[in-house]
Design a protein around this ligand. Structure first.
Ligand SMILES: Nc1ncnc2c1ncn2[C@@H]1O[C@H](COP(=O)(O)OP(=O)(O)OP(=O)(O)O)[C@@H](O)[C@H]1O
Ligand SMILES: [Mg+2]
Length: 497
């Protein structure tokens, strides 16, 4: 018997049919992938299952029994646990409080020592004993926050575990730990539903895959009957020929030079330079200081030492505004908090560039050109949304990421710092983003790209700098840009597990 069977599920948001008559079923003891392009309806379907969204029509059965799930509490009581694509932690509370939050409300007095002890045990079982249950969530890296989310979901009886892009914020090492845990749960008979845009993970982890397209079910397949190409084709309806499109950029003079950069506790000594037309990758583990280095260069974080030189002139960006005036752009890692303004329309977000090319010297804004430009990028990036006037908060995760990127494509920056530019983006749109990055490099921009996806570093970068513990561990060039070399530098000799 199926552990979960959903049939005839529909969900509308205003005029948008997010789901129309969707059927989906999965068994206990399997990892079942749910795939599809950005905006296909994956998260919405799982929010219906968890009770976060109500649905119109259809039914949900768990172990054959009709389940009435109209609130997250009802979902939880029936054994549905979900890790949302967007974090749902209370960031001002401690790790232990978050993990065991569902118990806190029921008690008159809380034994904190016991609470911390139990949280520590759960973290330990997951292989993350280095997270202190007493630390405040907002002090953790995004990857560790994700680990806490998963722990929270596993802290109560769970029959169906939904993971909505759990590895988007994890690097290989943490991903392996997570997979070990998922396999363990699968072997214990849990039904795991796994959403990801990383095809390798699907083949690595999942028994079956169900594909959604435009809010409808395309079908379900055994993973071992598919390969990369056929899976891609089923999702986006075409083959992707050149996954990493060719770039014909002329590599010119040094645009950005960073020397002995120090910032906070995460960046202790970083030096590198990047030339016009060049794409420099930065690899490393979570916590290596990559994000923090970019932020300090840009001016979003304080710099404690070292120099930043632009076109031969030393600059000191003390604020993000100064970075922008010096024609540096930063696509932040944390899209939801720093990358987009959720309550504003897509168009305003896309045009929120410090140097709006559509404002003439007289201050007159050419709104028609603005619309055209946004429309052009919309098509290039395969954005899925109701209109340019739709608020960003109504977009799917991957489409929000595309909007965050848009404004840096409108602004003409000399140096573009991209922190995980294709995180959460579907495989078709990834290629479009690579294409746009190539165009920018061809126009003479210097590009620095932090990525946790090996294949992206290998496929896109002229050089790859690997960071470890706030320092540069080494730089790879040409044929030396290989997975094993990146891993070796990222983990260090003393640290290889
Ligand atoms: N709260 C909302 N209000 C309005 N529209 C919404 C809302 N949530 C989702 N949608 C719309 O429903 C559709 C499906 O979105 P959903 O988030 O389920 O996509 P997804 O498959 O999870 O995509 P991604 O891979 O980008 O996360 C999208 O067109 C989205 O814009
Ligand atoms: Mg989603």
């Amino acid at each position: 018997m199926e552990r979960l069977s959903m049939s005839g599920i529909s969900k509308r948001f205003g005029g948008i049919h997010a789901l129309s008559d969707v059927s989906f079923s999965a068994q206990g003891g399997e990892v079942h992938a749910l795939m599809g392009e950005n905006g296909a309806g994956k998260s919405t379907l799982m929010k219906v299952l968890s009770g976060a969204y109500d649905h119109e029509g259809g039914e949900i059965r768990i172990d054959g029994n009709r389940a009435s799930i109209h609130s997250p509490h009802e979902g939880m009581k029936l054994g549905v646990s979900i890790i949302y694509q967007e974090f749902s932690l209370a960031s001002h509370m401690t790790v232990a409080e978050n993990i065991l939050m569902h118990e806190l409300g029921e008690k008159f007095s809380i034994n904190y020592r016991e609470l911390n002890r139990r949280a520590a045990r759960l973290l330990d079982e997951m292989g993350f004993s280095d997270i202190d249950p007493r630390s405040t969530v907002s002090d953790l890296t995004v990857a560790y926050q994700q680990v806490v989310e998963i722990c929270k979901a596993l802290s109560h009886e769970c029959k169906i575990l939904v993971l909505d892009e759990p590895t988007a914020v994890l690097t290989n090492h943490e991903t392996e730990k997570l997979f070990r845990l998922v396999r363990k749960l699968r072997d214990q008979g849990v039904c795991v539903i796994y959403i990801s845009h990383r095809l390798d993970e699907i083949f690595d982890l999942c028994n079956r895959v169900t594909i959604l397209k435009d809010g409808s079910t395309v079908g379900t397949w055994d993973t071992n009957t598919l390969d990369h190409d056929s899976l891609t084709n089923l999702m986006i309806g075409r083959e992707l020929t050149d996954f990493f499109p060719e770039r014909n950029a002329k590599i010119g003079a040094v645009a950005l030079e960073v020397q002995s950069l120090r910032s906070g506790s995460m960046v202790s000594d970083v030096s590198f330079s990047v030339r016009r037309g060049e794409v420099l990758g930065i690899g490393g583990l979570v916590g290596a200081g990559r994000t923090e280095a970019l932020r300090a260069i840009f001016g979003a974080d304080k710099r404690d030492g070292g120099t930043v030189t632009l076109h031969g002139q030393e600059v000191h960006n003390r604020t993000a505004g100064e970075g922008v005036r010096n024609r540096i752009g930063l696509l932040p890692e944390d899209r939801k908090h720093q990358g987009v303004l959720l309550d504003l329309p897509i168009r305003d977000n896309a045009l929120m560039t410090p140097v709006n090319p559509f404002i003439s010297v007289t201050g007159w804004i050419n709104q028609a050109s603005e619309r055209d430009k946004v429309q052009e990028l919309w098509k290039e990036l395969r954005l899925k949304a109701a209109s340019q006037d739709a608020n960003v908060s109504t977009l799917s995760g991957g489409n929000q990421q595309k909007v965050a990127l848009m404004k840096w494509l409108v602004a003409h920056c000399d140096v573009l710092l991209l922190d995980e530019p294709t995180r959460g983006v579907d495989v078709g749109a990834k290629v479009e983003i690579y294409r746009v990055i190539n165009q920018l490099a061809e126009q003479g921009a210097a590009i620095v790209m932090v990525s946790s996806e090996m294949i992206e570093l290998i496929g896109m970068c002229d050089r790859v700098m690997v960071m470890r513990g706030g320092r540069m561990a080494g730089t790879l060039e040409g044929d030396a840009i290989r997975e094993e070399n990146i891993i070796e530098l990222a983990m260090g000799q003393d640290n290889v597990h």
